[in-house]
Design a protein around this ligand. Structure first.
Ligand SMILES: NC(=O)c1ccc[n+]([C@@H]2O[C@H](COP(=O)([O-])OP(=O)(O)OC[C@H]3O[C@@H](n4cnc5c(N)ncnc54)[C@H](OP(=O)(O)O)[C@@H]3O)[C@@H](O)[C@H]2O)c1
Length: 275
């Protein structure tokens, strides 16, 4: 019997590329997204079926999982990929923007994971792959809320892996560096507060440097490949940095003192800031 993967947030970027990567390698793919009615390409790929799933809506999660199990017989791997960046100076963030960021990037991941666990326990087997970020282990300015979500998922997943190990359920965190996707474009939720101008020059410089990193980044294939590797692994390895940037920055983070590391980060992301 073919393996089946359910992936969240497959309308664009990493999720979309991951659907193609698994389909090309003979897996059944439950490609989930908020509005499958808009999708014209993925549903035509071999062994791919589309399902409506909003990670903030528990009914849609339960429905999509049930439908995928009915259609494919079972689910072997889930990929918690859906997410976006709420970015900008923290003081300018609204409570609603912070809430929505955690609802999607943290509680959404937890919702999908809680919903799949009875199925995985019954099978005595399963793999949960979370697309976190190198930003779940390090930080940059103007991403404080986003980092809060990714650090939350990193810590939660590390603890969860203990609980699930006796049931032969694996937990894997895939940690991309900058990847050229809609993350840096239509998916961004920018903070702004009327009358708050004190940070303007700092925000302008750090935003420009961050956007340049996105524009010069590799495409999502490298992440799809890493997700595939993590999904097929029989080991209990937890963390999978994806791409050269994430690998080298995370090695640096582990090997130099934090104060030095943060000075290096400032020299890169604050480049051009006059103070
Ligand atoms: N690109 C990077 O540099 C980078 C680096 C590290 C980690 N990541 C992580 O990679 C993941 C994928 O991002 P991406 O780079 O591929 O960006 P993307 O192209 O903007 O894709 C984000 C996906 O998440 C979906 N999504 C957002 N809110 C959702 C919700 N409530 N329910 C279901 N789906 C939802 C979007 O769907 P809609 O079309 O409906 O909006 C879209 O399909 C995210 O978790 C992101 O944090 C990205």
């Amino acid at each position: 019997m073919k393996n089946t993967v359910l992936i969240t947030g497959t309308s664009s970027g990493i999720g979309r590329e991951t659907v193609k990567y698994f389909s090309n390698r003979g897996w059944n793919v439950a490609a989930t997204m908020r509005t499958p009615s808009k999708e014209t390409e993925l549903g035509k790929l071999p062994n791919v079926k589309l399902y409506a799933l909003d990670v903030t809506d528990e009914n849609s999660i339960a429905q999509a999982i049930q439908n995928a199990i009915t259609d494919f017989g079972s689910i072997d791997v889930i990929v918690n990929n859906a997410g976006y960046g709420a970015i900008g100076i923290f003081e300018a963030a609204s409570a609603q923007q912070i809430q929505r960021q955690f609802d999607t990037n943290v509680f959404g991941v937890m919702n999908v994971t809680r919903a799949i666990l009875p199925h995985f326990r019954a099978k005595k087997k399963g793999t949960i792959v979370n697309v976190t970020s190198m930003g779940g282990l390090i930080t940059f300015p103007i991403y404080s809320v986003y980092h809060g979500t990714k650090w939350a998922v990193e810590g939660w997943a590390e603890a969860l892996a203990y609980e699930l190990r006796p049931f032969n359920i694996k937990v894997k965190n895939v940690e991309p560096g900058a990847i050229k996707t809609d993350f840096y474009d239509r998916s961004q939720d920018m903070f702004s507060k009327e009358g708050l101008t004190a940070y303007d020059s700092y925000q302008a410089v750090t935003f420009k440097n961050s956007q340049a990193a996105g524009a010069n980044a590799p495409g999502p294939e490298v992440v799809a490949k890493t997700i595939f590797k993590a999904a097929g692994s029989t080991s209990n390895k937890l963390r999978y940095p994806a791409g050269m940037q994430a690998k080298s920055i995370l090695v640096l983070r582990r090997t130099v003192p934090l104060g030095w590391f943060r000075a290096i980060v400032r020299s890169i992301v604050e480049k051009g800031f006059k103070g």
